[in-house]
Design a protein. Structure first.
Length: 110
C-alpha cells in the first residue's frame, strides 16, 4: 500500500465506526439535533453546516466567489468542498441526491 493509500484509510477507526453507527440509529431530526449539540462545539456545528451549504450551492453551479459571499465560507473551503464532491468517497453526492428526491416528493404531495 502506498503512503497516500495508507493515509487515506487511517481515518477509518473502530471509534469512528461506532460513532457513525450511533448517528444512523438516531430516529429523527430532533434526536440528531440533541446528539450533535452535545457532541460538537458551536464552531464545529457551524463549520459542518457551512460545508453542507457550500455543497448545495455547488450543486446549483454557482461561481465559487458567489458561494463564498453567500455562505461566509472562504474560497479555500469552497474549493475543498468542491474537490470532495467530485473526488471524495461519494458521501456528498449521495446526500445531495437524497435531499433532491425528498424535495421532489414534498413538492409532488403539496
Amino acid at each position: 500500500m502506498t503512503e497516500p493509500e495508507r493515509h487515506r484509510e487511517t481515518w477509518r477507526t473502530e471509534g469512528l465506526r461506532d460513532l457513525l453507527e450511533t448517528v444512523v440509529s438516531l430516529r429523527d431530526v430532533n434526536e440528531a439535533e440533541a446528539f450533535f449539540r452535545d457532541l460538537c462545539t458551536l464552531s464545529e456545528l457551524e463549520a459542518m453546516a457551512h460545508r453542507w451549504e457550500v455543497a448545495r450551492l455547488l450543486e446549483e453551479e454557482l461561481p465559487y466567489g458567489e458561494i463564498a459571499r453567500r455562505t461566509g465560507a472562504s474560497t479555500t473551503t469552497v474549493t475543498r468542498v468542491s474537490h470532495w464532491l467530485r473526488h471524495g468517497e461519494g458521501g456528498y453526492r449521495l446526500a445531495l441526491d437524497r435531499r433532491s428526491r425528498r424535495s421532489r416528493r414534498r413538492a409532488a404531495t403539496a
